[in-house]
Design a protein around this ligand. Structure first.
Ligand code: PEP
Length: 257
């Protein structure tokens, strides 16, 4: 059983003060949670400040993106080394919004993954299909191509710290969630592919689900054997909602009692 990972992607929301308020509320609400790994990905401008506020809490920081070079004449970009220096332990790579609005290809995702590993960051690699692809029964082939492209040519031993986030594009920010069994089927296919590509190095790799995860659907999603956590967008900006998502295990044991 892998330790679940719940990651909050704040996208381009929150200034420094708002982000600090959110972290301080979360600190209280998730105090003592040790059975889940918790990551938040604020905008770059807040990371360093928040690194002081998450210290001594169960929260770790992630970047939402990185450039593949360590440094250079790349106006407006931030490297993995800079993210690590600012306090990040994780980085999100290949989010569908980056793929759609910033033309990120599987080749670019692959370069960014190598850069994250070079910088000592744990990458969360996003894959997911459009609604048209799902309706054409292409989901597994689309996400498999994305995952193969992301991992291409990288030494398997270096990949044990990766996380794969399955995020159906049609479910992101729309309020529509994949049915738990449909998500489970895709996670299962991704798990098989990871074992095919990485052999035993695939054992510690978590596959998390993203796409309108909320307090009212986290329990059924986490009840699936191959769903190892969640990547949460909108609900990560509401302290109570994110805390409830993080505390899905406690809710499950209360339910049983
Ligand atoms: C995301 O941005 O990765 C995401 C899943 O967003 P939301 O939870 O708002 O759908």
């Amino acid at each position: 059983m892998l330790t679940p990972l719940i990651a909050g992607n704040w996208k381009m929301h929150t200034g420094i003060r708002q982000g600090a308020d959110l972290v301080l509320k979360l600190r209280e609400l998730i105090k003592g949670v040790t059975d889940v790994e918790i990551v938040i990905a604020p905008p770059f401008t807040s990371i360093y400040h928040l690194s002081h506020l998450v210290a001594d809490s169960p929260m770790q920081l992630a970047g939402q993106n990185l450039h593949w070079l360590k440094e250079g004449a790349q106006t407006g970009e931030v490297s993995g080394e800079m993210l690590a220096d600012a306090g990040c332990r994780y980085v999100i790579i290949g989010h569908s919004e980056r793929r759609a609005y910033f033309h990120e290809t599987d080749e670019l995702v692959n370069k960014k993954l190598a850069a994250a590993l070079r910088a000592g960051l744990k990458p969360i690699i996003c894959v997911g299909e459009t609604l048209a692809e799902r309706e054409a029964a292409q989901t597994v082939s689309v996400v498999s191509t994305q995952l193969r492209g992301a991992l291409a040519g990288l030494p398997t031993g270096a990949l044990k710290d990766i996380t794969v986030a399955y995020e159906p594009i049609w479910a992101i920010g729309t309020g529509k969630t994949a049915a738990p069994q449909d998500a489970e089927d895709v996670h299962n296919a991704l798990r098989e592919l990871l074992f095919e590509l990485l052999g035993s190095a695939a054992k510690p790799v978590r596959i998390i689900y993203g796409g309108s995860v909320k307090p009212d659907n986290i329990d059924s999603l986490m009840g699936q054997p191959n769903i190892d956590g969640a990547l949460v967008g909108g609900a990560a900006l509401k302290a109570e909602d994110f805390a409830r998502i993080v505390k899905f295990k406690a809710a499950a044991s209360e339910h049983k009692a």
